[in-house]
Design a protein around this ligand. Sequence first.
Ligand code: FAD
Length: 499
Amino acid sequence: MHPLAPILLSNPQAVAAANVDCLVIGSGTSGVTTAIELAHQGLKVAIIEAGPLILTEHVGSGPFANRGDVVPRIHDLVRYRTLWTTEAELASARAGTAETNNNAWALVGGRTVFWGGCTPRFRDEDFAEWPFDADEIRPWYERAERLVGMSGGGDAPPFMTHPAQERLMARMASAGVPAINAPLGVDTRAVHGGRLSLGFDSSVSRLLRCQHFGRIEDGARLSLAAETEALELVLDGDRVRAVRVQERDKTVFDIPARHVVLAGGCVQSTRLALASGLGERDPTVGRYMGDHLFRQAVFELPESLGEKSLYIFVPPTAERPFHAQLQGMFQETWYSPLHATCWLDGDGGGRYVLFYCFGISKAQEAARMVLVGDGRTRTGYCIVNDRSPSDSSTLAEMATFTADVARAMGGEVVRTEENSAGSALHEFGGLRMGNDPETSVTDSDGRFWRIRNLSGADAALWPHQGSANSYLTITAVALRNARRLATAMGEAGRETSAR
Ligand SMILES: Cc1cc2nc3c(=O)[nH]c(=O)nc-3n(C[C@H](O)[C@H](O)[C@H](O)COP(=O)(O)OP(=O)(O)OC[C@H]3O[C@@H](n4cnc5c(N)ncnc54)[C@H](O)[C@@H]3O)c2cc1C
Protein backbone atom coordinates (compact mmCIF):
# COMPACT_ATOMS: atom_id res chain seq x y z
CA MET A 1 0.00 0.00 0.00
CA HIS A 2 1.23 3.53 -0.83
CA PRO A 3 2.52 5.36 2.29
CA LEU A 4 0.16 8.28 1.53
CA ALA A 5 -2.88 5.97 1.39
CA PRO A 6 -4.07 6.78 4.94
CA ILE A 7 -4.20 10.49 3.98
CA LEU A 8 -5.52 10.24 0.43
CA LEU A 9 -7.56 7.08 0.00
CA SER A 10 -11.00 6.23 1.33
CA ASN A 11 -12.13 2.91 2.72
CA PRO A 12 -14.53 1.37 0.17
CA GLN A 13 -16.85 0.29 3.02
CA ALA A 14 -17.12 3.98 4.00
CA VAL A 15 -18.01 4.78 0.37
CA ALA A 16 -20.78 2.12 0.59
CA ALA A 17 -22.12 3.67 3.78
CA ALA A 18 -22.15 7.22 2.35
CA ASN A 19 -24.76 6.61 -0.37
CA VAL A 20 -23.09 9.06 -2.76
CA ASP A 21 -24.86 10.93 -5.55
CA CYS A 22 -22.54 9.49 -8.14
CA LEU A 23 -20.20 6.51 -8.19
CA VAL A 24 -17.57 6.65 -10.94
CA ILE A 25 -15.87 3.38 -11.94
CA GLY A 26 -12.27 4.12 -13.05
CA SER A 27 -9.74 6.87 -12.34
CA GLY A 28 -8.29 7.59 -15.82
CA THR A 29 -8.96 10.88 -17.57
CA SER A 30 -12.58 9.93 -18.32
CA GLY A 31 -13.37 9.09 -14.67
CA VAL A 32 -11.46 11.88 -12.95
CA THR A 33 -12.65 14.56 -15.40
CA THR A 34 -16.24 13.42 -14.83
CA ALA A 35 -15.86 13.22 -11.05
CA ILE A 36 -14.24 16.65 -10.65
CA GLU A 37 -16.88 18.31 -12.85
CA LEU A 38 -19.72 16.66 -10.88
CA ALA A 39 -18.12 17.70 -7.57
CA HIS A 40 -17.73 21.28 -8.86
CA GLN A 41 -21.46 21.22 -9.56
CA GLY A 42 -22.13 20.35 -5.90
CA LEU A 43 -22.66 16.57 -6.10
CA LYS A 44 -21.11 14.08 -3.70
CA VAL A 45 -18.93 11.79 -5.81
CA ALA A 46 -16.75 8.75 -5.17
CA ILE A 47 -14.40 6.99 -7.59
CA ILE A 48 -13.55 3.31 -7.29
CA GLU A 49 -10.34 2.13 -8.96
CA ALA A 50 -9.33 -1.50 -9.42
CA GLY A 51 -5.59 -0.78 -9.32
CA PRO A 52 -3.28 0.58 -6.61
CA LEU A 53 -1.87 4.07 -6.08
CA ILE A 54 1.77 3.90 -7.20
CA LEU A 55 2.62 7.41 -8.47
CA THR A 56 1.07 10.80 -7.71
CA GLU A 57 1.92 12.27 -11.14
CA HIS A 58 2.80 11.20 -14.70
CA VAL A 59 5.90 9.01 -14.84
CA GLY A 60 7.60 11.54 -17.17
CA SER A 61 7.04 14.53 -14.86
CA GLY A 62 9.31 13.12 -12.17
CA PRO A 63 12.83 11.67 -11.94
CA PHE A 64 12.12 8.71 -14.23
CA ALA A 65 11.63 10.69 -17.48
CA ASN A 66 14.78 9.31 -19.08
CA ARG A 67 15.16 6.06 -17.13
CA GLY A 68 14.61 3.55 -19.92
CA ASP A 69 15.73 0.83 -17.50
CA VAL A 70 13.33 1.73 -14.66
CA VAL A 71 10.13 2.83 -16.44
CA PRO A 72 9.30 -0.59 -17.99
CA ARG A 73 9.57 -2.13 -14.53
CA ILE A 74 7.09 0.43 -13.17
CA HIS A 75 4.71 -0.54 -15.99
CA ASP A 76 5.12 -4.19 -15.03
CA LEU A 77 3.76 -3.50 -11.54
CA VAL A 78 0.33 -2.61 -12.94
CA ARG A 79 0.19 -4.03 -16.47
CA TYR A 80 -1.67 -7.13 -17.66
CA ARG A 81 -2.07 -8.84 -21.01
CA THR A 82 -5.21 -8.97 -23.14
CA LEU A 83 -6.36 -10.39 -26.46
CA TRP A 84 -7.60 -8.93 -29.75
CA THR A 85 -8.39 -11.55 -32.34
CA THR A 86 -10.04 -12.24 -35.69
CA GLU A 87 -13.18 -14.21 -36.57
CA ALA A 88 -10.95 -17.03 -37.86
CA GLU A 89 -9.03 -17.26 -34.56
CA LEU A 90 -12.01 -16.80 -32.24
CA ALA A 91 -12.39 -20.50 -31.35
CA SER A 92 -8.90 -20.66 -29.82
CA ALA A 93 -9.54 -17.38 -27.96
CA ARG A 94 -12.71 -18.88 -26.49
CA ALA A 95 -10.91 -22.09 -25.55
CA GLY A 96 -8.25 -20.05 -23.76
CA THR A 97 -5.43 -21.39 -25.97
CA ALA A 98 -4.67 -18.15 -27.90
CA GLU A 99 -1.58 -16.08 -27.00
CA THR A 100 -2.36 -12.66 -25.54
CA ASN A 101 -1.16 -9.83 -27.79
CA ASN A 102 -1.97 -6.50 -26.13
CA ASN A 103 -1.43 -4.52 -22.94
CA ALA A 104 -3.76 -2.98 -20.38
CA TRP A 105 -3.07 -1.10 -17.13
CA ALA A 106 -4.85 -0.88 -13.74
CA LEU A 107 -3.69 1.82 -11.32
CA VAL A 108 -4.85 5.12 -9.86
CA GLY A 109 -4.71 7.49 -12.83
CA GLY A 110 -5.10 4.65 -15.34
CA ARG A 111 -3.08 5.01 -18.53
CA THR A 112 -2.72 8.76 -17.96
CA VAL A 113 0.28 7.94 -15.75
CA PHE A 114 2.18 6.61 -18.80
CA TRP A 115 0.68 8.19 -21.91
CA GLY A 116 2.91 9.79 -24.58
CA GLY A 117 1.35 13.27 -24.55
CA CYS A 118 0.42 13.81 -28.22
CA THR A 119 -3.24 14.73 -28.43
CA PRO A 120 -4.71 16.92 -31.19
CA ARG A 121 -8.42 17.56 -31.74
CA PHE A 122 -10.57 15.56 -34.14
CA ARG A 123 -11.39 17.38 -37.38
CA ASP A 124 -14.97 18.69 -37.75
CA GLU A 125 -15.85 15.97 -40.26
CA ASP A 126 -14.80 13.25 -37.81
CA PHE A 127 -18.06 13.90 -35.93
CA ALA A 128 -20.22 12.99 -38.95
CA GLU A 129 -21.55 9.80 -37.32
CA TRP A 130 -21.86 11.30 -33.84
CA PRO A 131 -25.17 12.40 -32.30
CA PHE A 132 -23.82 15.96 -32.06
CA ASP A 133 -21.61 18.01 -34.32
CA ALA A 134 -18.23 19.72 -34.05
CA ASP A 135 -19.78 23.06 -33.01
CA GLU A 136 -21.26 21.39 -29.94
CA ILE A 137 -17.93 19.93 -28.80
CA ARG A 138 -15.74 22.97 -29.64
CA PRO A 139 -16.15 24.82 -26.29
CA TRP A 140 -15.50 21.56 -24.43
CA TYR A 141 -12.29 21.05 -26.42
CA GLU A 142 -11.23 24.55 -25.34
CA ARG A 143 -11.90 23.71 -21.70
CA ALA A 144 -10.19 20.32 -22.00
CA GLU A 145 -7.10 21.95 -23.52
CA ARG A 146 -6.86 24.38 -20.60
CA LEU A 147 -7.31 21.49 -18.16
CA VAL A 148 -4.55 19.35 -19.63
CA GLY A 149 -2.22 22.33 -20.17
CA MET A 150 -1.93 21.84 -23.94
CA SER A 151 1.12 23.21 -25.71
CA GLY A 152 2.11 23.29 -29.35
CA GLY A 153 -1.16 24.48 -30.87
CA GLY A 154 -2.43 27.61 -29.11
CA ASP A 155 -0.87 30.24 -26.83
CA ALA A 156 1.57 28.05 -24.90
CA PRO A 157 4.94 27.49 -26.63
CA PRO A 158 5.70 24.02 -28.02
CA PHE A 159 7.35 21.59 -25.63
CA MET A 160 10.02 20.74 -28.19
CA THR A 161 11.30 23.26 -30.64
CA HIS A 162 14.75 24.18 -31.87
CA PRO A 163 16.44 25.15 -35.14
CA ALA A 164 17.07 21.57 -36.22
CA GLN A 165 13.36 20.77 -35.91
CA GLU A 166 12.48 23.93 -37.86
CA ARG A 167 14.95 22.95 -40.61
CA LEU A 168 13.50 19.49 -40.85
CA MET A 169 9.93 20.82 -41.02
CA ALA A 170 10.96 23.24 -43.77
CA ARG A 171 12.57 20.36 -45.70
CA MET A 172 9.38 18.32 -45.37
CA ALA A 173 7.15 21.24 -46.42
CA SER A 174 9.21 21.83 -49.53
CA ALA A 175 8.75 18.15 -50.44
CA GLY A 176 4.95 18.51 -50.05
CA VAL A 177 4.59 17.10 -46.52
CA PRO A 178 3.36 19.96 -44.29
CA ALA A 179 4.35 19.40 -40.67
CA ILE A 180 3.66 21.27 -37.42
CA ASN A 181 4.88 21.18 -33.81
CA ALA A 182 3.14 18.27 -32.09
CA PRO A 183 0.19 19.33 -29.87
CA LEU A 184 1.19 17.89 -26.49
CA GLY A 185 -0.52 17.68 -23.11
CA VAL A 186 2.59 19.07 -21.44
CA ASP A 187 2.41 22.39 -19.59
CA THR A 188 5.00 24.81 -21.03
CA ARG A 189 3.71 28.03 -19.45
CA ALA A 190 6.41 30.11 -17.77
CA VAL A 191 7.47 29.06 -14.30
CA HIS A 192 6.87 32.38 -12.64
CA GLY A 193 5.46 34.10 -9.55
CA GLY A 194 5.53 30.92 -7.49
CA ARG A 195 3.78 28.85 -10.14
CA LEU A 196 5.48 25.60 -11.16
CA SER A 197 4.92 23.77 -14.43
CA LEU A 198 2.28 21.05 -14.16
CA GLY A 199 4.38 18.80 -16.43
CA PHE A 200 2.57 16.05 -18.32
CA ASP A 201 -1.13 15.97 -17.67
CA SER A 202 -2.24 12.99 -15.63
CA SER A 203 -5.60 12.40 -14.03
CA VAL A 204 -3.94 11.33 -10.79
CA SER A 205 -2.25 14.72 -10.27
CA ARG A 206 -5.40 16.54 -11.45
CA LEU A 207 -7.42 14.65 -8.84
CA LEU A 208 -4.95 15.29 -6.02
CA ARG A 209 -4.87 19.03 -6.85
CA CYS A 210 -8.68 19.34 -6.72
CA GLN A 211 -9.85 21.27 -3.65
CA HIS A 212 -12.87 19.00 -3.20
CA PHE A 213 -10.73 15.86 -3.00
CA GLY A 214 -10.13 14.08 0.31
CA ARG A 215 -11.23 11.06 2.32
CA ILE A 216 -14.92 10.34 2.47
CA GLU A 217 -14.44 9.55 6.17
CA ASP A 218 -13.40 13.21 6.64
CA GLY A 219 -16.49 14.50 4.81
CA ALA A 220 -14.84 15.22 1.44
CA ARG A 221 -17.17 15.85 -1.50
CA LEU A 222 -14.89 13.94 -3.88
CA SER A 223 -13.09 10.76 -2.80
CA LEU A 224 -11.36 7.68 -4.17
CA ALA A 225 -11.15 4.06 -3.03
CA ALA A 226 -8.25 2.22 -4.68
CA GLU A 227 -7.80 -1.54 -5.14
CA THR A 228 -11.59 -1.77 -5.30
CA GLU A 229 -12.80 -3.56 -8.41
CA ALA A 230 -16.36 -3.35 -9.75
CA LEU A 231 -17.43 -6.95 -10.46
CA GLU A 232 -21.00 -6.35 -11.55
CA LEU A 233 -23.79 -3.79 -11.77
CA VAL A 234 -26.66 -4.95 -9.55
CA LEU A 235 -29.78 -4.18 -11.57
CA ASP A 236 -33.30 -3.60 -10.32
CA GLY A 237 -35.68 -3.13 -13.27
CA ASP A 238 -34.43 -0.21 -15.32
CA ARG A 239 -32.07 1.05 -12.61
CA VAL A 240 -28.70 0.13 -11.12
CA ARG A 241 -29.32 -0.49 -7.43
CA ALA A 242 -25.64 -0.86 -6.50
CA VAL A 243 -22.23 -1.79 -7.80
CA ARG A 244 -20.89 -5.11 -6.48
CA VAL A 245 -17.20 -4.67 -5.68
CA GLN A 246 -14.29 -6.68 -4.42
CA GLU A 247 -11.70 -5.04 -2.22
CA ARG A 248 -8.05 -5.93 -1.81
CA ASP A 249 -8.64 -8.64 0.80
CA LYS A 250 -11.25 -10.23 -1.57
CA THR A 251 -14.26 -9.13 0.50
CA VAL A 252 -17.26 -8.66 -1.82
CA PHE A 253 -20.01 -6.15 -1.02
CA ASP A 254 -22.37 -3.66 -2.69
CA ILE A 255 -21.93 0.11 -3.03
CA PRO A 256 -25.23 1.92 -3.66
CA ALA A 257 -25.38 5.25 -5.50
CA ARG A 258 -27.99 7.51 -7.08
CA HIS A 259 -26.15 7.36 -10.40
CA VAL A 260 -23.27 5.24 -11.75
CA VAL A 261 -20.74 6.29 -14.42
CA LEU A 262 -18.68 3.70 -16.32
CA ALA A 263 -15.17 5.11 -16.86
CA GLY A 264 -13.03 2.00 -16.85
CA GLY A 265 -11.59 2.76 -20.29
CA CYS A 266 -13.42 1.75 -23.45
CA VAL A 267 -12.68 -1.96 -23.13
CA GLN A 268 -13.33 -2.49 -19.41
CA SER A 269 -16.50 -0.37 -19.36
CA THR A 270 -17.87 -2.53 -22.17
CA ARG A 271 -16.82 -5.74 -20.43
CA LEU A 272 -18.52 -4.68 -17.19
CA ALA A 273 -21.74 -3.86 -19.06
CA LEU A 274 -21.71 -7.28 -20.80
CA ALA A 275 -20.76 -9.14 -17.60
CA SER A 276 -23.74 -7.47 -15.89
CA GLY A 277 -26.18 -8.85 -18.49
CA LEU A 278 -26.75 -5.61 -20.42
CA GLY A 279 -26.10 -7.42 -23.71
CA GLU A 280 -29.28 -9.43 -23.10
CA ARG A 281 -31.29 -6.21 -22.90
CA ASP A 282 -29.62 -4.52 -25.87
CA PRO A 283 -27.83 -6.45 -28.66
CA THR A 284 -25.77 -3.36 -29.63
CA VAL A 285 -23.80 -3.53 -26.33
CA GLY A 286 -20.24 -4.66 -27.12
CA ARG A 287 -20.48 -3.92 -30.87
CA TYR A 288 -18.76 -1.42 -33.21
CA MET A 289 -15.44 -1.73 -31.33
CA GLY A 290 -12.22 -0.61 -32.98
CA ASP A 291 -8.76 0.87 -32.54
CA HIS A 292 -6.62 3.11 -34.69
CA LEU A 293 -4.84 1.62 -37.67
CA PHE A 294 -1.19 1.80 -36.66
CA ARG A 295 2.04 1.62 -38.67
CA GLN A 296 5.45 2.39 -37.23
CA ALA A 297 8.93 2.86 -38.67
CA VAL A 298 12.46 3.98 -37.87
CA PHE A 299 14.11 6.44 -40.31
CA GLU A 300 17.82 7.07 -40.62
CA LEU A 301 18.71 10.67 -41.45
CA PRO A 302 21.85 11.58 -43.45
CA GLU A 303 23.36 13.37 -40.46
CA SER A 304 22.78 13.85 -36.75
CA LEU A 305 20.70 16.97 -36.06
CA GLY A 306 22.81 17.83 -33.06
CA GLU A 307 19.78 18.52 -30.89
CA LYS A 308 18.24 16.21 -28.34
CA SER A 309 14.51 16.01 -28.87
CA LEU A 310 12.07 16.76 -31.63
CA TYR A 311 8.38 15.96 -31.88
CA ILE A 312 6.72 16.71 -35.23
CA PHE A 313 3.12 16.14 -36.30
CA VAL A 314 1.82 15.74 -39.87
CA PRO A 315 -1.95 16.41 -39.75
CA PRO A 316 -4.48 14.28 -41.65
CA THR A 317 -6.24 15.69 -44.72
CA ALA A 318 -9.60 15.12 -46.35
CA GLU A 319 -7.90 12.63 -48.72
CA ARG A 320 -5.56 11.06 -46.15
CA PRO A 321 -7.49 9.64 -43.13
CA PHE A 322 -4.37 9.27 -40.99
CA HIS A 323 -1.74 11.47 -39.40
CA ALA A 324 1.94 10.93 -38.68
CA GLN A 325 4.12 11.64 -35.63
CA LEU A 326 7.91 11.87 -35.64
CA GLN A 327 10.01 11.69 -32.54
CA GLY A 328 13.76 11.59 -31.98
CA MET A 329 16.75 11.71 -32.15
CA PHE A 330 17.87 8.25 -31.10
CA GLN A 331 20.67 5.74 -31.59
CA GLU A 332 18.21 3.47 -33.43
CA THR A 333 15.32 2.11 -31.40
CA TRP A 334 11.74 0.90 -31.83
CA TYR A 335 8.42 2.07 -30.44
CA SER A 336 7.27 0.18 -27.37
CA PRO A 337 4.47 1.51 -25.15
CA LEU A 338 6.72 0.86 -22.17
CA HIS A 339 9.09 3.53 -23.51
CA ALA A 340 6.52 6.07 -24.71
CA THR A 341 7.76 8.60 -22.18
CA CYS A 342 11.47 7.88 -21.88
CA TRP A 343 11.84 8.51 -25.59
CA LEU A 344 10.89 12.13 -25.18
CA ASP A 345 14.43 12.62 -23.98
CA GLY A 346 16.31 11.97 -27.23
CA ASP A 347 19.98 11.65 -28.04
CA GLY A 348 21.71 14.67 -29.60
CA GLY A 349 24.19 12.40 -31.42
CA GLY A 350 21.54 10.05 -32.78
CA ARG A 351 20.60 9.77 -36.46
CA TYR A 352 17.33 7.92 -36.14
CA VAL A 353 13.77 9.17 -35.75
CA LEU A 354 10.71 7.18 -34.82
CA PHE A 355 7.76 7.48 -37.12
CA TYR A 356 4.20 6.40 -36.45
CA CYS A 357 0.97 6.75 -38.42
CA PHE A 358 -2.43 6.53 -36.73
CA GLY A 359 -5.45 6.17 -39.01
CA ILE A 360 -9.22 5.95 -38.81
CA SER A 361 -10.53 2.41 -38.59
CA LYS A 362 -14.07 2.01 -39.84
CA ALA A 363 -16.63 1.24 -37.10
CA GLN A 364 -18.24 -2.10 -37.98
CA GLU A 365 -21.07 -3.83 -36.18
CA ALA A 366 -19.29 -7.20 -36.40
CA ALA A 367 -16.24 -5.86 -34.53
CA ARG A 368 -17.23 -6.89 -31.03
CA MET A 369 -16.33 -8.03 -27.57
CA VAL A 370 -16.83 -11.69 -26.74
CA LEU A 371 -16.76 -12.70 -23.09
CA VAL A 372 -14.51 -15.61 -22.23
CA GLY A 373 -15.82 -17.69 -19.33
CA ASP A 374 -18.27 -15.62 -17.27
CA GLY A 375 -16.40 -12.45 -18.23
CA ARG A 376 -16.21 -11.31 -14.62
CA THR A 377 -12.45 -10.90 -14.44
CA ARG A 378 -10.59 -8.08 -16.19
CA THR A 379 -9.07 -10.55 -18.67
CA GLY A 380 -12.34 -12.43 -19.29
CA TYR A 381 -12.88 -11.20 -22.85
CA CYS A 382 -11.43 -10.92 -26.32
CA ILE A 383 -12.16 -8.39 -29.04
CA VAL A 384 -12.92 -9.69 -32.52
CA ASN A 385 -11.78 -7.18 -35.11
CA ASP A 386 -11.28 -8.06 -38.78
CA ARG A 387 -9.95 -5.38 -41.10
CA SER A 388 -12.61 -3.84 -43.34
CA PRO A 389 -11.75 -3.22 -47.03
CA SER A 390 -11.40 0.52 -46.25
CA ASP A 391 -9.05 -0.30 -43.33
CA SER A 392 -6.89 -2.38 -45.66
CA SER A 393 -6.67 0.39 -48.22
CA THR A 394 -5.80 2.98 -45.52
CA LEU A 395 -3.05 0.65 -44.25
CA ALA A 396 -1.66 0.32 -47.79
CA GLU A 397 -1.64 4.13 -48.16
CA MET A 398 0.21 4.40 -44.84
CA ALA A 399 2.97 2.14 -46.16
CA THR A 400 3.43 4.37 -49.22
CA PHE A 401 3.29 7.53 -47.10
CA THR A 402 5.96 6.15 -44.74
CA ALA A 403 8.42 5.85 -47.64
CA ASP A 404 7.40 9.30 -48.98
CA VAL A 405 8.04 11.02 -45.64
CA ALA A 406 11.44 9.34 -45.19
CA ARG A 407 12.40 10.60 -48.63
CA ALA A 408 11.06 14.09 -47.88
CA MET A 409 13.32 14.21 -44.83
CA GLY A 410 16.31 13.14 -46.90
CA GLY A 411 16.43 9.85 -44.98
CA GLU A 412 15.84 6.12 -45.38
CA VAL A 413 13.42 3.65 -43.84
CA VAL A 414 15.49 1.30 -41.65
CA ARG A 415 12.55 -0.80 -40.50
CA THR A 416 8.77 -0.54 -40.77
CA GLU A 417 5.86 -2.64 -39.61
CA GLU A 418 2.06 -2.66 -39.57
CA ASN A 419 0.83 -3.21 -36.01
CA SER A 420 -2.19 -5.34 -35.15
CA ALA A 421 -5.56 -4.06 -33.91
CA GLY A 422 -5.50 -3.11 -30.23
CA SER A 423 -1.83 -2.09 -30.18
CA ALA A 424 -2.51 1.63 -30.80
CA LEU A 425 -4.21 1.82 -27.37
CA HIS A 426 -6.80 4.17 -28.89
CA GLU A 427 -9.84 1.89 -28.64
CA PHE A 428 -13.40 3.05 -29.19
CA GLY A 429 -16.97 1.71 -29.23
CA GLY A 430 -18.96 -0.92 -27.36
CA LEU A 431 -21.48 1.46 -25.76
CA ARG A 432 -22.01 3.76 -28.73
CA MET A 433 -23.96 6.99 -28.40
CA GLY A 434 -26.75 7.87 -30.81
CA ASN A 435 -30.13 9.44 -31.25
CA ASP A 436 -31.98 6.16 -31.86
CA PRO A 437 -32.31 3.51 -29.10
CA GLU A 438 -32.62 0.81 -31.76
CA THR A 439 -29.12 1.42 -33.11
CA SER A 440 -27.24 2.86 -30.12
CA VAL A 441 -26.66 1.88 -26.48
CA THR A 442 -26.50 5.36 -24.98
CA ASP A 443 -28.12 8.69 -25.80
CA SER A 444 -26.28 11.80 -26.94
CA ASP A 445 -25.26 12.50 -23.30
CA GLY A 446 -23.82 9.02 -22.83
CA ARG A 447 -26.78 7.85 -20.69
CA PHE A 448 -28.01 4.28 -21.26
CA TRP A 449 -31.34 4.19 -23.07
CA ARG A 450 -32.46 1.18 -21.04
CA ILE A 451 -30.91 1.88 -17.60
CA ARG A 452 -31.67 5.44 -16.64
CA ASN A 453 -29.23 5.96 -13.75
CA LEU A 454 -26.23 4.61 -15.68
CA SER A 455 -23.96 6.44 -18.10
CA GLY A 456 -20.58 6.11 -19.76
CA ALA A 457 -17.71 8.59 -19.91
CA ASP A 458 -14.91 7.02 -21.94
CA ALA A 459 -14.32 6.18 -25.60
CA ALA A 460 -16.74 3.22 -25.38
CA LEU A 461 -19.36 5.89 -26.19
CA TRP A 462 -17.77 6.94 -29.47
CA PRO A 463 -19.71 5.92 -32.59
CA HIS A 464 -16.59 6.52 -34.66
CA GLN A 465 -13.12 8.02 -34.39
CA GLY A 466 -10.93 10.61 -36.08
CA SER A 467 -7.25 9.98 -36.65
CA ALA A 468 -6.34 12.10 -33.60
CA ASN A 469 -5.01 10.28 -30.53
CA SER A 470 -7.83 9.79 -28.03
CA TYR A 471 -6.91 11.55 -24.78
CA LEU A 472 -8.13 15.09 -25.49
CA THR A 473 -11.40 14.00 -27.08
CA ILE A 474 -12.11 11.59 -24.19
CA THR A 475 -11.53 14.48 -21.78
CA ALA A 476 -13.68 16.95 -23.74
CA VAL A 477 -16.61 14.50 -24.10
CA ALA A 478 -16.35 13.54 -20.41
CA LEU A 479 -16.52 17.23 -19.42
CA ARG A 480 -19.56 17.87 -21.60
CA ASN A 481 -21.44 14.78 -20.46
CA ALA A 482 -20.65 15.42 -16.78
CA ARG A 483 -21.99 18.97 -16.94
CA ARG A 484 -25.18 17.73 -18.58
CA LEU A 485 -25.52 14.90 -16.06
CA ALA A 486 -25.09 17.32 -13.13
CA THR A 487 -27.83 19.53 -14.57
CA ALA A 488 -30.16 16.55 -15.03
CA MET A 489 -29.43 15.22 -11.52
CA GLY A 490 -29.98 18.67 -10.02
CA GLU A 491 -33.36 18.91 -11.74
CA ALA A 492 -34.32 15.36 -10.67
CA GLY A 493 -33.27 16.14 -7.05
CA ARG A 494 -35.34 19.34 -7.03
CA GLU A 495 -38.38 17.44 -8.36
CA THR A 496 -38.03 14.74 -5.65
CA SER A 497 -37.72 17.28 -2.82
CA ALA A 498 -40.69 19.29 -4.17
CA ARG A 499 -42.91 16.20 -3.97
C1 FAD B 1 2.06 4.02 -23.10
C2 FAD B 1 0.86 4.76 -23.58
C3 FAD B 1 1.03 5.84 -24.44
C4 FAD B 1 -0.08 6.57 -24.86
N1 FAD B 1 0.11 7.68 -25.62
C5 FAD B 1 -0.94 8.45 -25.95
C6 FAD B 1 -0.75 9.67 -26.65
O1 FAD B 1 0.38 10.07 -26.96
N2 FAD B 1 -1.85 10.41 -26.95
C7 FAD B 1 -3.11 10.00 -26.59
O2 FAD B 1 -4.07 10.75 -26.89
N3 FAD B 1 -3.31 8.85 -25.95
C8 FAD B 1 -2.27 8.07 -25.61
N4 FAD B 1 -2.47 6.91 -24.93
C9 FAD B 1 -3.87 6.49 -24.67
C10 FAD B 1 -4.49 7.26 -23.52
O3 FAD B 1 -3.64 7.17 -22.40
C11 FAD B 1 -5.87 6.68 -23.21
O4 FAD B 1 -6.69 6.78 -24.35
C12 FAD B 1 -6.59 7.41 -22.10
O5 FAD B 1 -5.74 7.68 -21.03
C13 FAD B 1 -7.76 6.56 -21.66
O6 FAD B 1 -8.39 7.13 -20.54
P1 FAD B 1 -9.62 6.39 -19.89
O7 FAD B 1 -10.04 7.17 -18.69
O8 FAD B 1 -10.66 6.16 -20.90
O9 FAD B 1 -9.11 4.94 -19.47
P2 FAD B 1 -7.86 4.43 -18.61
O10 FAD B 1 -6.77 5.40 -18.60
O11 FAD B 1 -7.57 3.06 -19.11
O12 FAD B 1 -8.41 4.36 -17.12
C14 FAD B 1 -9.40 3.44 -16.73
C15 FAD B 1 -9.17 3.03 -15.27
O13 FAD B 1 -10.34 2.33 -14.84
C16 FAD B 1 -9.97 1.24 -14.04
N5 FAD B 1 -11.00 0.19 -14.11
C17 FAD B 1 -11.35 -0.52 -15.21
N6 FAD B 1 -12.31 -1.41 -14.89
C18 FAD B 1 -12.57 -1.25 -13.57
C19 FAD B 1 -13.44 -1.90 -12.68
N7 FAD B 1 -14.23 -2.91 -13.07
N8 FAD B 1 -13.45 -1.50 -11.39
C20 FAD B 1 -12.66 -0.48 -10.97
N9 FAD B 1 -11.78 0.16 -11.79
C21 FAD B 1 -11.75 -0.23 -13.07
C22 FAD B 1 -8.67 0.76 -14.67
O14 FAD B 1 -7.92 0.03 -13.70
C23 FAD B 1 -8.00 2.07 -15.09
O15 FAD B 1 -7.13 2.54 -14.10
C24 FAD B 1 -1.39 6.16 -24.48
C25 FAD B 1 -1.56 5.07 -23.62
C26 FAD B 1 -0.45 4.38 -23.18
C27 FAD B 1 -0.66 3.23 -22.23
